[in-house]
Write a protein that binds this ligand. Structure first.
Ligand code: NAD
Ligand code: UFG
Length: 340
């Protein structure tokens, strides 16, 4: 069965392609390579033995998107990762984010309607909860006003999808990711941040390997056990596997309703300092870091209530923080070796 994975050369997409292929699906990857490299297709092939089909297409172009489906009339479902995702950048360039993330979604949905494809898995984010009033956050926890144009594209996309599902032409599962980190245990694929990373874990590994001088820890005056913010970090492999489960649920008509939302987290919150400690433990490296001012827009704490996803999907994140950090470090070391 052929599945279209948009953004499949990206971080989460590439890990999901591996899991899909290993579960027996045939995969077509579409990506415009704005935030990833084509070599990832070969890397996927190294792990699974099969390099997936690849189409270099910008999904914000409706004609190209239509052509993609014309070329692959046997696509049965779409997993949609393709998006711009840098929160700070989205504040500076909101129109690019709306054009890219919203137009791409609409183009895909229109083409899917024309080609009568009914199954859609969407990458949403816990950013839609903002600083929630109740913790842990459940799927029913009210969404807050988005704090960035990026976050708003996720809210708007969820609303568009819900509206389209109501017409009866689409079945959808929206997956709200918490903080994906880590890399494939083979160290053949992982996160490839372009330029200076925004996110904590690639910043930690790049500092430890000498690409960055020092990690800035943004604030230690939050109301948490050590004063640094809390997030629910989830291994990218656990996240990837959840997509295969969600896809099967849809294809086997096991959805409770054609519009479903699931939180994908571990249910455990860790502070920034705990993440650093875990890194130092598994890598044997002392990390150079300094506490600085808070970063604008950061929330204090968030972690998932995973009960609903665990029960309904029969899926549970199983990899712990040390395993996440070890795989992230192995990936950084492998990249250094490759770039020698
Ligand atoms: P990523 O940047 O590594 O992957 C996204 C891919 O989409 C990239 O390869 C990029 O080149 C491609 N792309 C972007 N716009 C495109 C377009 N118009 N046409 C074709 N390809 C396009 O990001 P990721 O971390 O793998 O994130 C995947 C999805 O998960 C995104 O939708 C992101 O918003 C969402 N998400 C990510 C996180 C996270 O922390 N990484 C958290 C929550 C949600
Ligand atoms: N942090 C630092 N120093 C850094 C980078 C991050 O101290 O150099 C801290 C942040 O202040 C925060 C924590 O590490 O407390 C995690 O920060 P990230 O930037 O790694 O992750 P965020 O929770 O801010 O946001 C990420 C993605 C968003 C997504 C969100 C929820 O960047 O796109 O997770 O999925 F919406």
């Amino acid at each position: 069965m052929k599945i279209l994975v948009t953004g499949g050369t990206g971080y989460i997409g590439s890990h999901t392609v591996v899991e899909l292929q290993q579960a027996g699906y045939e995969v077509v990857v579409v990506d415009n390579l704005i935030n990833s490299e084509k070599s990832v297709i070969d890397s996927i092939g190294k792990i699974t033995g099969i390099a997936p089909d690849f189409e270099e297409i910008d999904l914000s172009d409706p004609a190209m998107t239509d052509k993609l489906f014309e070329n692959h009339p046997d696509i049965k479902a779409v997993i949609h990762f393709a998006a711009l995702k840098a929160v700070g950048d989205s504040v500076k360039r909101p129109l690019e984010y709306y054009r890219n993330n919203i137009f791409s979604l609409v183009n895909l949905l229109e083409a899917m309607k024309r080609y009568d494809i009914k199954h859609f898995v969407f990458s949403s984010s816990c950013t839609v909860y903002g600083q929630a009033d109740e913790l842990p956050v459940k799927e029913s926890t009210p969404r807050k006003d988005a704090e960035s144009p990026y976050g708003n594209t996720k809210k708007i996309a969820e609303d568009i999808l819900e509206n389209v599902v109501r017409t009866g032409s689409l079945q959808c599962i929206a997956l709200r990711y918490f903080n994906p980190i880590g890399a494939h245990p083979s160290a053949v694929i992982g996160e490839l941040p372009i330029g200076v990373p925004d996110n904590l874990v690639p910043y930690i590994t790049q500092t430890a390997i000498g690409i960055r001088k020092k990690l800035m820890v943004f604030g230690n005056d939050y109301s948490t056990k050590d004063g640094t913010p809390i997030r629910d970090y989830i291994h990218v492999l656990d996240l990837a596997q959840a997509h295969v489960v969600a896809l099967k649920r849809m294809l086997e008509n096991k959805q409770r309703s054609p519009w479903e939302i699931f939180n994908l987290g571990t249910g455990n919150g860790f502070t920034v300092l705990e993440v650093i400690n875990s890194f130092e433990k598994v890598s044997g490296q002392k990390l150079n870091y300094e506490i600085v001012e808070r970063r604008a827009g950061d929330i204090e704490k968030v972690w998932a209530d995973t009960e609903y996803a665990n029960r309904e999907l029969g899926w549970k994140a199983v990899r712990d923080l040390d395993e996440m950090m070890r795989s992230a470090w192995d990936w950084e070391l492998a990249m250094k070796e490759r770039n020698k």
